[in-house]
Design a protein. Sequence first.
Length: 161
Amino acid sequence: MDLETGALVAVTPAGRRPGDTTTIVETAIAAAEQIEDAQAAVQAPELLAEIIADKGYHSNQTMIDMVAVGLRSYVAEPDRGRRDWSKEPQAQTPVYANRRRIRGARGRRLMRQRGERIERSFAHLYDTGGMRRTYLRGPHDILKRLLIHAGGFISVWSCAT
């Protein structure tokens, strides 16, 4: 979701995937493509520049991937204790940069906005809206249902604000 407008940019249903760290790159690519398509007619389009996520998306490889594609990450870091960087020294710089960003004033503000706008919106979609469990078969049908449900929610949400 876009934090400024509340627009749903991209959705990738989790399904039976191993974890969030494997889906963030796919979701970022889908979001970047949607943003580019939406701003095709604009003279100076704004590209996807920042990713804000909870600690379920944090991994060394995710931080390396975000730097590789030129995205600033604001991904909450789970408490892992003291880290040993001897096995993955290439991950140390991106992880420390992410840590520095989320501890700053802007990072804290973005994380608060994420909690208020994104987490609350998806809680309404999944819990209150009845999307926690679905009885459809196939990822294509589930994605269609999710997009229709989210589109209805977002349009009602934007009219209320």
